[in-house]
Write a protein that binds this ligand. Sequence first.
Ligand SMILES: Nc1ncnc2c1ncn2[C@@H]1O[C@H](COP(=O)(O)OP(=O)(O)OP(=O)(O)O)[C@@H](O)[C@H]1O
Length: 758
Amino acid sequence: MTDNHPDLDQELERLSFTKAYMDHLITAQEADQETLKKRQEDTLSKLDFKDSSLRYQEMLAHSNFMKMSKDQLENLKHLRKKPYFARIDYHRKEKPDQEVFYIGKVSLFDRETQQPIILDWRSPLANVYYEGRLGEVSYEAHGERYEGALSLKRQYQIEDGELHDFRDIDVTTKDELLQDSLSQNAESRLTEIVSTIQEEQNRVIRADLRRPIIVQGAAGSGKTTIALHRISYFLYSMRDIFKPEEMLILAPNRLFIQYISEVLPELGVEKARQTTFSDFVREVTGIHWPVDSQQATLMKAIESEEPQEDSIALWMAGYKGSKEFKQLLDRYIQILKKKYLVDQDFMMGEFKIKSGKAIKRLFIKEYNYFPYEVRVQKIKSILQSELRRKKKQILSKVAAKYDQELDKALFGMTDPAKRKTRVSFLITRKEEKLNEIKKEARTAVSKYMKQYPKLKLTEVYQELFSESVFSSLLEEDSESIREMRKLTSSYLKQRQLSSEDLAALLYLKSFITGIAKEDQAKKVVIDEAQDYSYLEIYSLRRAFQTDLFTIVGDLAQGIYRYRGLKHWDQLKEDVFHKVNYLTLQKTYRTTIEIMNAANELLMLMPDNLPKAEPVVRHGEKPLFLEKQADWMERFSELLHHLEEQKMTSYAIVTKTKQEAVQAAEELKEAGHDFQAFHEEQGMSNRMILPAYLAKGLEFDVVFLYCDQYPYRLTELDIKMLYVAMTRPLHSLFFIGNEPADFLLTHLDSSLYHTDAQV
Ligand SMILES: Nc1ncnc2c1ncn2[C@@H]1O[C@H](COP(=O)(O)OP(=O)(O)OP(=O)(O)O)[C@@H](O)[C@H]1O
């Protein structure tokens, strides 16, 4: 603690003042709660079964309000433990004096003076703290730029409402709070980092919210964390326009969703919808056929002896995510569209209500922006209302015509017998005619609408792969394409899908029916975006009709490269307009020693991928442990030693799923209980999982384990190894038969230890 700092008393006083103010608010809120509860009980006691639904609605509104203020109360109590984490002293040019601002997770205003007691970290002025060095600093708010001078940036460590420490940051001192935060242990969840957001990260969070953003960030550079903070910033800045439920977060798998979900309440974004691409498409299309996951395709390819280039499954996955396939779908969509081009006149009996030309025009031109089925519904309403309008006119016209004839007969015919017959004929005929018209009117619209097709998504997709349709759409032909058609066709016949079909289904659906209102998202965040195919992202963009995408990923970790994005230009050029492209090069997760080894591995890859720059934090070099007969004892010793060092979360990462299962059994026999991976089971502090599932996660200690499946010098294996090596925060071990199992022989031997050396 900074015991003899001249500002210590002032800081302690400030904290007490803030806490006292919060206490005052808490007491007031609690009293409000009591009153509300009483009122609710009162209403309830007076309620009887004859009461109107209005009364019930009133009660519901009441209880919602109670819940809201209960949440507010909980938040306030939680906040009291750490009301703020930083302070800035800022002198805005046009103000007479310098002002002091305390920055916290949410703002708090003095109710009487309206002065901020705490400034929200997302507020425009707080940007000065993240961006600014001491000296001249400006900030932008409500479209205006304010100039000023920053004379102090101070960070606080407050725990349970007690001030533990505070430090001033200027250009020369390193950000110690960041160092402290990084040396902590990994819980089985992601944490919130508002107090230590770095400049390059802040730029991503606050980048123009109305433009799509793509972030290429190194492993551990904070992409996931920053993407979530950007949503929080988005919701704060656009709170009048967007609701949290309108946000969609797409994560790579369910395990990952569990991993991020706990940080969401802290950031106020827990109501954002979180799902995977596969679950999302299945839900919006309502297709619940079994789907072969992309992991399954990857695993099969990894476990098989066949060279990956020869795998038809991988080739198919690549093709079905490609731009070529999208173009083929576009041609198919044109064929489907033709089915909707009805151009018959809309008649009610012999009366024309609307010309076929005008109806077709509505479909092609006026309603161009809507999906086909929506256009059809709109045409239906137009026809209904025109019919209603014209029916009246037609009925009175027809009636008038008969009345005229009647007049003629009554007053023009002299022979009474003939007149009688004629009049009675006309009266009956008039009645009949009017009834006929009314009857026609009742069914005219539905009869006309029958001309429009009723397309079923699965059937449409199946039809695409029929030989005649497919070959008519194809620009080039090849053996692989023909095989893909046949395989897909027979798969679909068995009512089965592979995950690569989902993007195409979503794409087709967006043209045919569109996405239901409740499934619409106004802002989309895609994590691990390198693993998405071109068509997956294109179909999402098309389905939501919005450009508000935050896309974060790392091409170096693109283990699904056969299907995923090869470079970001594909999205920048083709999918979005005016993309903001940013990079995150600094990496925060792991130590310099681990990152150096991982960086060197990257160099084995053909693409010229930029190395990640670790922030200054040292640790042990990775250690290779030979899997000899006594390896389990050595492993137990290591675990014991690491536990003494207070490491809490451990993962054993294998290359294949099969190896993970075998290793889990072997370890269990030796008394080490590591939870075998399972997407649904969630995170634990001792896990064993294949590399593809470890993507995005982190642990204090990682053991890369390899017995039967050594990593080969292929792009896919290098990337998987890279993903696995960048998971630990503190320590990395290789357990295998020889260093070559982990391609260590291709790295400089000074980058790692072997068991014999220690
Ligand atoms: N500014 C920061 N202050 C403190 N910790 C940070 C900061 N930025 C990132 N971290 C920490 O670094 C780790 C990596 O962050 P995150 O998982 O978001 O990175 P990522 O880029 O998504 O990683 P990967 O692509 O390897 O999965 C997390 O533990 C996160 O809390």
